[in-house]
Design a protein around this ligand. Structure first.
Ligand code: EPU
Length: 430
């Protein structure tokens, strides 16, 4: 078991390169199941969630060739298996994309129910509703979900999502890519990774229009062919480093980003007194004055992302005055707050609302990451806190941040990995 040790309270200076987007990669890799041919995929982040998806593809019979550190050739031409086993599937939420892709390719699929970060009930009823409307007979039993279609193929139809769901939007797009006829997804999610998956599918021969708006039209095709694709930069990874500079102070060039995808984060940080300059594919983040309070409400894109909520709370803990944060997506995303209190934060939570009274400084303490983004926020808080912060259970963080320690050390952070040989390695569950 490893921990991060941070000696905080030092401003950050230098440059950080942003990796490919986790939530695009964990959908694009399974999307290769729809393709007969080699997909060369570039800018794949080296994170443990990606390794899990690759393990699932490997188990299903995909031919995976590593071209270089972040590029792979994936060939699913010879896949014959439409059943994915429990052991890997339960560890990762995005395993539901394997279900949608297998169903699109074979007209039947069976996978274990997905796992993922625990922040309340995480239903997949909208995925099921979509596939059922497309003619699948779906059965959920014994921890598995299976589906079959009478004609061996999904059939296009009109689907209105009752909630804006990233997962359901992408999953239905995957299944619809090779369905018979046209599928129309209404009230679709508009996140950058939804658009990225649609662009990947189109470059492999799918026919998808409207991704990035709330109506997506997918005309099913009989075959999809191999090709090249490069995954977009990770909006949330970039946002996390932007908050690290906001919290610890300093000036950092955050490189390889799409500034448009960061606008919701940039606007909030500017409101808090952080100076941000947008370049073509980078942002310069500078903070040398005290932070101002701000209210934040998380919402589907283009609103402020729920996956940045814990990190912005880390900054607000140090802002002058009281801030109100409203979690608009998940039921239970404040489980990390008690850990922040150990650093001296003043936060009260009532349901989906957190009231944060800014304090002069945070003080280092031993804390424990409870999920991916909460863990990242603990790093942000630890960088700003005076003294030593030791973060346990960092396997949560490594699910989604490539080389976080190396990248932060590159901008002058005093952060290191320490191993604790006595502790049993904890099972990964995200
Ligand atoms: N929802 C339903 N029914 C469904 C699906 C979702 O009611 O069938 C509800 C959820 O309970 C939630 C809301 O709709 O309240 C949004 O859920 P969504 O389906 O959009 O979430 P997801 O696809 O499971 C993805 C990201 C999460 C991110 C959310 C919201 C991936 C692999 N995960 O999850 O990312 O928080 O969208 O943006 O793309 C993370 O990266 O740390 C992470 C948790």
């Amino acid at each position: 078991m490893t921990k991060y040790m941070i000696h905080g309270g030092k401003p950050l200076y230098g440059e950080i390169d942003i990796s490919g987007a986790k939530n695009a990669a964990v959908a694009i890799l399974p999307a290769a199941l729809l393709v007969n041919g080699v997909c060369r995929i570039e800018n794949i982040p080296q994170i443990s969630d990606v390794s899990l998806v690759l393990d699932i593809l490997h188990e299903l019979g995909a031919d995976i060739r590593v071209v270089n550190r972040n590029t792979m050739d994936i060939d699913c031409s010879r896949i014959h298996n439409s059943r994915a086993s429990y052991d890997i599937m339960r560890k990762i939420r995005a395993s539901y994309y394997v279900f949608g892709s297998l169903l699109g390719r074979f007209g039947n699929a069976e996978v274990a129910m997905p796992g993922g970060c625990d922040f309340g009930v995480r239903p997949i009823d909208q995925h099921i509703k979509g596939f059922a409307a497309m003619g699948a007979n779906i059965n959920v039993q014994g921890g598995f979900i299976s589906a079959s279609t009478p004609e061996g193929r999904l059939t296009g139809t009109q689907i209105y999502l009752d909630v804006v769901s990233v997962g359901a939007t992408i999953n239905i797009m995957l299944g619809a890519s090779r369905a018979k006829g046209m599928t129309i997804i209404e009230n679709a999610a508009k996140e950058p990774h939804v658009v990225d998956v649609a662009n990947f599918l189109n470059s492999m021969g799918a026919d998808i229009m409207g991704a990035g708006t709330d109506v997506i039209k997918v005309r099913g095709v009989d075959q999809m062919r191999g090709g090249f694709y490069s995954i977009i930069p990770d909006q949330i990874e970039a946002g996390t480093y932007m908050t690290a500079v906001a919290a610890a102070g300093g000036e950092v060039l955050v490189k390889n980003v799409i500034p448009k995808h960061l606008e919701c984060i940039t606007a909030k940080l500017e409101e808090m007194g952080v100076e941000i300059k947008e370049l073509d594919d980078a942002v310069i983040v500078r903070r040398d004055k005290p932070l101002h309070r701000a209210n934040v409400k998380t919402m589907p894109y283009p609103g402020f992302p729920t996956d940045m909520q814990p990190q912005i709370v880390a900054c607000l803990c140090l802002a002058q005055g009281a801030s109100v944060v409203t979690e608009g997506v998940w039921d239970n995303r404040y489980r990390y707050v008690d850990e922040f209190k150990r650093l001296g934060a003043d936060i009260r939570v009532d349901g989906k609302i957190a009231v944060i009274e800014g304090v002069d400084h945070l003080t280092g303490a031993p804390i424990r990451a409870c999920d991916l983004r909460a863990g990242a926020a603990m790093v942000v808080a630890g960088l700003a806190a005076t003294g030593t912060t030791e973060i346990d259970c960092v396997y949560h963080i490594e699910r989604g941040y490539e080389d976080i320690v190396k990248k932060l050390r590159g901008v002058g952070a005093d952060i290191s990995v320490i191993s604790c040989p006595d502790a049993a390695e904890k099972q990964q569950v995200g």
